[in-house]
Design a protein around this ligand. Structure first.
Ligand code: 5GP
Ligand code: ZN
Length: 105
């Protein structure tokens, strides 16, 4: 948990979002500035700043993000979609709380 992190605040319900899915480990919500017809962000509740800062033991939660993406794809009847992590400022990352972009046109 990080006090000043935007996605931690969304995860705690302090900032509203259009939620798509939630369980004890992750939250999925619609991107506020969609770059595709369907653009959902899937985040761990745990504050992990970036793929670059993953630690031993984070494999499980990162794998779960992908399983949740699969579930969302199925639930929304998406015939295909893109999954993307932006990693580091030079990789286009703006919010430093790990998030998986799910985008479908
Ligand atoms: P990044 O560039 O860090 O990989 O992606 C951050 C994403 O978060 C962007 O696509 C941006 O539109 C989205 N975003 C930023 N602030 C908010 C917010 O307050 N609410 C929601 N739902 N999405 C946000
Ligand atoms: Zn955070």
């Amino acid at each position: 948990m990080a006090t000043d992190c935007l996605f931690c605040k969304i995860s705690r319900g302090e900032i509203p979002c259009q939620q798509q899915y939630q369980d004890d480990q992750v939250l999925a919500f619609y991107d506020i500035n969609p770059k595709a017809k369907t653009h959902i962000l899937i985040i761990p509740h745990k504050h992990i700043p970036s793929i670059m800062s993953l630690e031993e033991g984070d494999e499980k939660i990162m794998g779960h993000l992908i399983r949740v993406a699969q579930k969302i794809g199925k639930d929304l009847n998406l015939v295909g979609y893109r999954l993307q992590f932006n990693v580091g400022e030079r990789g286009g990352q703006v919010v430093f709380h790990v998030h998986l972009h799910l985008m479908a046109d």
